[in-house]
Write a protein that binds this ligand. Structure first.
Ligand code: ADP
Length: 630
């Protein structure tokens, strides 16, 4: 009962301390594996978007630089024939393809449509004359987030204010009137970045802003590309819509309030760029930029287009790459992994990143997942085996402790039984009972026999405790097994008969000489005899036989007792093993007798065994080499 409770408790402990944590660990790890692919993709996306943002800002700065350079180099031609000055400007500055000059009333002074005018000049005037003379409008682009900067700040700010109120109520009260409420305003660049971020991160704000732009008559554009990375769902909804809105304006409105600039213009779906600068005399000098020189200048800013991870390039207004690295192979340039719009001066242009090998993301994720799986399996297996090992060790220890306790109880009990008998007979003899001398002699015999039992028991225990410390030493000499058996029977018969046993001794006809330690051998046979007595129930018959067969001396102890089931005929020779039969359970024992008997017999080069006896009971047999071990 108690052991079942202990086992249950151990089981609960095992489940609680080993199985459950191992299970939770495995589950967590499996969930991590599931997310691995998305995680790898997200990581890549973040790295690449940082790179793209950097490239976009480089291009932005370069555009400023180009404008400043042109501003510095632009001539201020006076007089009626500005042609030669403008031509030398064009020849000296590769970015200028077709210079032009307007008087303060936006009348074209150069180029003139004379008979000598070249093809370039005709083309230029055809495409731009109406615009630069304020007769036609052109779309002007603006970052929608920056166009609605204040409104976005107002839309997003309340949320921030709410948080601030909650956390900083006390500190706010102490603030003086002059303390800056919005410190960002003092740094316009920072403020712009924040606005764009607020805009991109709030789909509701985006929707509201686009709606407002439409109502103002501003045109929102669609982007050329559809980036495939879509792990940031909040950015998905308006992904295809450009962040730049356009508004139609005349040239004079565009240049009002500034001294120079670059205007992007679509001419038959091709984007061209017009530089202009106001001179001191009110004239406006400008030029159509050279496509090739302009594009090359921007391409020069890009880092290496090809890396084993990504391919990077600039897409033009038609979604075509400005440059293609050789290694990129066939791919759909309108489906980058991620891309970013660049500037209001470059409408519909994007910097775009493509995965060099899109399958690499999956295989990298798979590899990480595989490693994780192996680790999990190893971890769980080692936890479980470790746990089982500890459990088994604890069980064995508990069993051993239990066996030791029963052993001590049983030994004490076994010692008590013969002592009680001896004491009883001694008392009777002291009181002069029985008067009959024959009976008195029988009592004395019984006392001797009980003493032998006591000695045997004590020897068993001593033998056991000596085990492992050092080998038992034997005093070997030639012993006649017949005589040894006879003496034992003589000593034990009175007690056995007194206890109701019929004892038959059948010695072999000729002496059986073995080399043995007489006391040890006696101890073994006594253990067998004692068992025959202990495990006999109703039929109380014990036969002791000796025989010489094929060079071996055999001693058999036969009983008509409860018998040993064949399945246990080996186990009963193990230390502490006791068959849990009802009678065995009733009969006290140490579980040591047979194991000691076997050890002694084997030390003498012999063997001991047990088999069922015909008609019930068992036969225990000690077999020794005749003449003893050589
Ligand atoms: P103990 O008798 O002290 O229990 P032993 O090592 O002498 O220890 O015996 C081991 C077990 O073998 C006994 O508990 C009993 O179940 C079984 N056994 C031994 N001898 C006999 C026998 N003659 N008849 C039936 N069972 C026996």
């Amino acid at each position: 009962m108690k052991s079942r409770k202990t086992a249950a408790r151990l089981g609960i402990l095992f489940v609680g301390a080993v199985v459950v944590p191992a299970g939770i660990l495995a589950m967590l790890a499996i969930r991590a594996i599931d997310r691995e692919e998305a995680y790898v993709e997200k990581q890549l996306q973040q790295t690449l978007s940082t790179e793209l943002a950097h490239v976009a800002s480089l291009i932005g700065a370069e555009l400023d630089k180009i404008r400043e350079e042109l501003d510095r180099s632009a001539p201020s031609p006076a007089g009626a024939d500005p042609g030669s000055l403008l031509d030398s400007w064009k020849d000296g500055v590769s970015l200028i393809r077709m210079p032009f000059l307007l008087n303060p009333d936006f009348e074209i002074l150069w180029p003139r449509l004379t008979a000598a005018a070249g093809q370039d000049q005709v083309e230029f005037l055809k495409s731009n004359q109406e615009f630069i003379t304020n007769k036609a409008e052109t779309p002007v682009y603006a970052n929608i987030a920056l166009a609605f900067q204040e409104q976005i700040a107002d839309l997003v700010q309340p949320k921030l204010d709410d948080q601030l109120k909650k956390t900083e109520v006390s500190s706010r009260r102490i603030e003086t009137e002059s303390s800056p409420q919005k410190p960002d305003l003092r740094k316009p660049a920072l403020q712009r970045q924040k606005t764009i971020k607020d805009f991109e991160e709030n789909p509701e704000v985006q929707q509201w802003v686009y709606q407002q732009a439409k109502e103002r008559g501003q045109q929102s554009e669609m982007r050329n590309v559809a980036p495939s990375a879509n792990v940031l769902p909040q950015k998905q909804a308006l992904r295809q819509e450009s962040i730049y809105i356009s508004e139609l304006k005349r040239f004079n409105d565009i240049i009002a309030g500034t001294s120079s600039g670059i205007i992007p213009r679509f001419s038959r779906d091709k984007l061209t760029f017009l530089f202009w600068k106001k001179g001191r005399d009110g004239r406006i000098v400008g030029g159509l930029l050279d496509q090739a020189a302009f594009r090359n200048r921007l391409l020069g800013l890009l880092p290496a287009l090809y890396s084993p991870v990504r391919i990077l390039t600039i897409l033009d207004e038609n979604g075509r790459p400005l440059a293609v690295p050789e290694e990129s192979g066939e791919r759909d340039w309108r489906r980058p992994f991620i891309s970013q719009e660049i500037s209001e001066i470059l409408p519909r242009w994007e910097v775009a990143a493509y995965l060099t090998d899109p399958r690499a993301v999956v295989s990298r994720a798979n590899l990480t997942a595989l490693i994780l799986w192996i680790l999990i399996v190893m971890l769980v297996v080692s936890i479980l085996t470790g746990g089982l090992f500890v459990l088994k060790t604890v069980r064995t220890e508990i069993d051993l402790a239990k066996k030791k306790t029963t052993f001590v109880t049983n030994v004490s009990h076994e010692l008590k039984t013969p002592l009680t008998s001896i004491r009883m007979f001694a008392e009777m003899l002291r009181q002069g009972r029985p008067p009959d001398a024959g009976k008195r002699a029988q009592y004395l015999d019984l006392m001797v026999s009980e003493t032998e039992r006591l000695t045997r028991l004590i020897n068993n225990v001593l033998d056991f405790s000596r085990r492992g410390m050092d080998e038992k030493t034997y005093a070997i000499k030639a012993v006649n097994l017949n005589r040894l058996a006879e003496e034992l029977v003589k000593d034990q018969r009175p007690r056995l008969e007194h206890n109701g046993f019929a004892v038959v001794f059948r010695p072999a006809a000729s002496p059986l000489i073995v080399k043995a330690d007489e006391d040890a051998l006696k101890q073994s046979v006594l253990n067998l005899l004692s068992n025959a007595e202990k495990y006999s129930d109703r039929a109380k018959e014990i036969d002791i036989e000796t025989a010489g067969e094929g060079g071996r001396a055999i001693l058999r102890v036969k009983d008509r007792g409860i018998g040993v089931p064949p399945s246990q005929s080996e186990k009963i020779f193990e230390e502490f093993y006791r068959a849990d039969d009802s009678l065995t359970a009733r009969t006290r024992g140490t579980g040591l007798g047979l194991s000691i008997a076997r050890r002694i017999v084997r030390d003498h080069g012999g063997e001991i065994g047990c088999r069922p006896r015909d008609g019930g009971g068992s036969v225990f047999e000690i077999i020794l080499p005749l003449g003893g071990p050589s």
